[in-house]
Design a protein. Structure first.
Length: 207
């Protein structure tokens, strides 16, 4: 589980208020009890049907598929609603918020990039935080790729689906520009996050 930490001009993002995570399927009863007072927002990653996955691998374009998926996070109204609901929940200031998806890297990665950008975090730091998923998932991915190799599946074809790349987040930000022109317009028109909510988020998360 990665904690959102970054510097903003003259400020720092507060510890202990926002977390992103992978699947919570292995959370212990004790963990469930600890999460109960907080808000857990589920951001379910788009599931791949077997035939779709086969088609992607057959065309040898998994990286392009992932970039297209990231564009979908911005373009899809349901995805934008999830992002907006999470931002409003954080802005409410009612305790820590944990948002998660299957691997904790794609939809939650975009969610975190949106949040940090809204807070004024430098683009370089936004990307550094996003790319941390590769370190967090390295051991797990190594095991999965080794297992797939036993079945004759080329690990190089699967690796783009298990990791994050700068180009994926680039695709999301590019889609924001295409659909809304600016990030601020995306916040107000795409997500429906008004100025008051943006101010509340900065007041809540910056110190």
């Amino acid at each position: 589980m990665a904690e959102v930490v970054a510097k903003v001009a003259g400020h720092r993002v507060r510890y202990g208020l926002v977390y992103r995570s992978a699947s919570l399927s292995e959370v212990t009863p004790t963990g469930v009890a600890r999460l109960a007072p907080n808000d857990v927002v589920s951001l379910t990653l788009l599931e791949l049907m077997p035939d779709v996955l086969k088609a992607i691998l057959a065309d040898d374009k998994p990286g392009e598929f992932m970039a297209l998926t990231y564009r979908g996070f911005v373009h899809d109204p349901a995805s934008r609603k999830q992002f907006a609901d999470t931002l409003r929940r954080i802005a409410s200031g009612q305790g820590a918020v944990l948002y998660h998806c299957t691997e904790g890297k794609d939809r939650t990665g975009v969610m975190t990039a949106i949040l940090l950008t809204l807070l004024g975090v430098d683009k370089t730091q936004v990307y550094e935080d996003y790319l941390r998923s590769n370190q967090e998932l390295a051991a797990k991915n190594k095991e999965e790729l080794a297992e797939l190799a036993k079945y004759g599946i080329d690990p190089s074809l699967i690796e783009p689906l298990l990791t994050v790349r700068t180009s994926y987040l680039d695709a999301a930000f590019d889609q924001i520009q295409r659909d809304y022109g600016t990030f601020d317009t995306f916040l107000t028109k795409g997500l429906g996050i008004d100025t008051a909510t943006q101010k509340a988020l900065r007041a809540q998360l910056l110190q």
